[in-house]
Design a protein around this ligand. Structure first.
Ligand code: ISJ
Length: 179
């Protein structure tokens, strides 16, 4: 674990309707391809620093995460900071049930600084059940349940202020403060 570990924020407000989110932000949050690849269109180098990578037990999941994933003996947890040209752009938290870590997908526990998207989008076995849109304090967020060969994993991404998600310049892009 990085010596400057900052716990991944858990108080995310999830919107029921995407109409609660500015269209320019929705375009980013509903990105169906790799967010890593999309970020690469806005910088020279995308890099990832793992903050925490370990196995956790069911009781260590948030209540909401437990509702999105099947019961499992253990889950692989990966929390990262993603950088665009060395500027923090995104916090990522991925939770993977043990039953998803089969065959080649066991490689998911060895990603280290390799962006998760490089692995997920390298083959043709990836699907996405849904994307939920949300906000955590002043930051936009999204949560995806993905499937590798139909095996689930849950990915939560919080977009930091320096990321291009906020770059359209008008105030509408900033999350509203009212809940
Ligand atoms: C899932 C992707 O990978 C990105 C990299 C992550 C990681 O390395 O853990 C997590 C979230 C994503 O923003 C993607 O590129 O879509």
């Amino acid at each position: 674990m990085s010596e400057s570990y900052v716990p991944f924020p858990d108080a995310i407000h999830w919107f029921e309707f995407s109409s609660d989110v500015p269209p320019s932000v929705v375009d980013w949050l509903l990105e169906m391809g790799s967010m890593t690849r999309r970020f690469e269109q806005h910088c020279s180098t995308v890099s990832v620093t793992p903050q925490k990578e370990c196995f956790i037990e069911h009781h260590q999941l948030s209540k909401e995460e437990a509702e999105q994933l099947p019961m499992s003996e253990r889950y692989w947890l990966r929390e990262i900071v993603l950088f665009g040209d060395d500027v923090p752009w995104l916090l990522g938290r991925t939770v993977i049930p043990l039953e998803t870590l089969t065959g080649d997908d066991q490689a998911l526990v060895d990603l280290g600084t390799l962006p998760l998207g490089r692995y997920l989008f390298s083959g043709n076995h990836l699907s996405r059940d849904y994307i939920h849109l949300g906000q955590q304090a002043k930051y936009w967020a999204r949560r995806s349940r993905l499937r590798l060969s139909d095996k689930p994993l849950l990915l939560t991404e919080i977009f930091l202020p320096a990321s291009p998600v906020y770059a359209s310049g008008d105030d509408a892009v900033k999350p509203t403060t009212e809940k």
